[in-house]
Design a protein around this ligand. Structure first.
Ligand code: ADP
Ligand code: NI
Length: 218
């Protein structure tokens, strides 16, 4: 995609305004981190950097988690915005395709992106679900939706369908086993895989400490 500085700046301003007050871990700064990681991964992978940046900016514009589970809400809202900015149809289509494929849909549901740019943006989004920031986001999300932190009598599940994953409402610690710890082996670019390594280790360290404190052995 040819660089269009105005479109990028206007899109960033639009998203900043729209998500600035979010307290579920899907705020503007999540978008900004994903945008920066998407650009870094795209550069290393020789992908279309501008396209990845634009799709990263729009990837959570209308997430299904906040739109009654409707997975078409995101691409539709992105299309509406890009049309209002008179973006080229070809770019709109490519951005919408990336957004439609970005989300995690359950342990048993493959989410391989169809394009290199889709793989870069998906990896960038997933990096932000790992490490210290991923832990903070998981508990922010859990608090926002009234989930209990941990319940030893409620074990994690491996969801075989998007429907089952979408409707889950278990403890936040379960989310580590149902999604976060699975991400490292599902990164789709070599760059993303490498960036995920340290963040994944940090999740393991956090969980070890969490359960040691829970049992009172430290
Ligand atoms: P995706 O669409 O792939 O799930 P997002 O950018 O929407 O990616 O971010 C999802 C993040 O929201 C997760 O990484 C996690 O921090 C949080 N999240 C989603 N579902 C849960 C849940 N049930 N419990 C705790 N955190 C959750
Ligand atoms: Ni996201």
């Amino acid at each position: 995609m040819t660089q269009n500085a105005t479109l990028m700046t206007c899109t960033a301003d639009f998203i900043r305004q729209r998500l600035k007050d979010d307290s579920s871990g899907h705020d503007w700064w999540h978008i900004d981190r994903v945008r920066r990681n998407a650009v870094a991964i795209a550069e290393a992978e020789n992908a279309d950097v501008a396209l990845c940046e634009l799709a990263a900016l729009l990837h959570d514009v209308a997430d299904w988690k906040f739109h009654g589970g409707d997975e078409t809400a995101g691409p539709r809202a992105a299309r509406e915005w890009l049309m209002s900015q008179a973006a080229e149809e070809n770019i709109i289509q490519r951005v919408c395709e990336i957004i439609a494929e970005v989300s995690f849909k359950g342990a048993g549901v493959p989410t391989v992106a169809g394009t290199l740019e889709g793989r870069c943006v998906q990896d960038a989004d997933r990096l932000d679900a790992l490490g210290a920031i991923g832990i903070a986001r998981a508990f922010a999300f859990g608090g926002h939706f009234g989930r209990v932190m941990y319940d030893p009598e409620h074990p994690p599940e491996q969801h075989a369908s998007f429907e089952a994953y979408k409707t889950k409402s278990g403890p936040t610690i379960n989310h580590f086993y149902e999604k976060l710890l699975l991400l490292k082996d599902r990164m789709q670019t070599a760059t993303g895989q490498q960036m995920a390594e340290e963040r994944h280790q940090f999740l393991e360290t956090f969980l070890r400490q969490f359960f040691a404190e829970w049992k009172g052995v430290v």
